[in-house]
Design a protein around this ligand. Structure first.
Ligand SMILES: [Zn+2]
Length: 285
């Protein structure tokens, strides 16, 4: 089941409808007034502002506070349209494409893209540490010089990821692939006692001493599965991430890569429920 653009437009036709949805998200069906403490308080729109006033005490609430829309004069319908586009495409949306679809300046489109990527990536940051059986892998992304491939290539940014088998992925930009960097990545993202599959990179060589059950595949010898061990899930994520960046964004600087990694982790983690992505993004506000 797809969440179609028609359905989306019917649900959020106006700025008022968008604001009501944000109010509902922030204060719930039966809002408690922060002013008078009444439960199930009735709130009325304040004309000309993105706010509501309590019927009993007149207290003002502004549900956009703390959301990407807080300091923006761009209409909420356009923000929501951008959210729809970000969640309806598998490869993401470029700034140029947002500019075209929303009819805003490139500068505004670019900023909307950045803010929504942060929102998507924020979900990644609050995911609990992984357990059971996980895959850990690292890769090199980007770099301007065409034709330069492989590890250590200039201008490339390194990303590490941990994927729980049949579960969620968490991916982060890391400064290098040293043992201490990768061990601290694993220790912060993976519960002790977990079974961890990696490739043969020496930096992973000591993780059984940290309390993990460790198994490897030797990619250098073209071994891609070793009993229960493989990192094919993370490899699939890398493939999608790199392909999408290449086809949609052409180039992403190292400085911004974490936001894209967060965006694609969000998308990957919603892979079994793509139609629910918009609602999930709303829930992240
Ligand atoms: Zn009140």
């Amino acid at each position: 089941m797809k969440y179609t653009f028609k359905q989306f437009q019917a649900e959020y036709p106006t700025d008022d409808a968008c604001l009501d949805a944000i109010m509902l998200r922030k204060y719930g069906q039966s809002p408690t007034c922060p002013g008078c403490g009444v439960v199930g308080a009735k709130f009325f729109r304040i004309t000309g502002r993105r706010g509501y006033a309590c019927q009993d005490c007149g207290h003002h609430v502004y549900p956009c506070v703390g959301t990407p829309f807080e300091k923006s004069t761009t209409p909420l319908t356009l923000w929501f349209h951008a959210m729809y586009l970000m969640t309806a495409t598998r490869n993401g949306v470029s700034g140029k494409e947002l500019e075209r679809q929303l009819g805003v300046t490139y500068k505004t489109a670019y900023r909307i893209g950045i803010e929504l990527r942060k929102l998507m990536g924020g979900k990644n940051d609050i995911d609990p540490p992984k357990s059971g059986h996980v895959e850990v892998d690292e890769t090199y992304v980007g770099g301007r010089a065409k034709g330069i491939r492989g590890r250590g290539a200039k201008n490339k940014t390194i990303v590490a990821a941990v994927l729980e088998r049949d579960g969620n992925i968490t991916a982060r930009v890391i400064p290098n692939v040293s043992r201490s960097t990768l061990e601290s990545f694993i220790e912060s993202e993976v519960v002790s006692g977990t079974t961890v599959s990696t490739d043969e990179l020496a930096s992973y060589g000591q993780i059984s001493k940290l309390g993990y059950t460790h198994g490897t595949v030797k990619h250098g010898q073209e071994q891609y599965v070793n009993g229960i061990h493989h990192v094919n899930g993370v490899e699939g994520f890398w493939k999608h991430l790199k392909g999408a960046i290449r086809s949609t964004h052409i180039h992403v600087s190292g400085k911004h890569l974490q936001k894209y990694v967060g965006e694609f982790s969000f998308r990957y983690n919603m892979r079994h429920d793509p139609a629910g992505m918009f609602a999930q993004l709303m829930a992240s506000l």
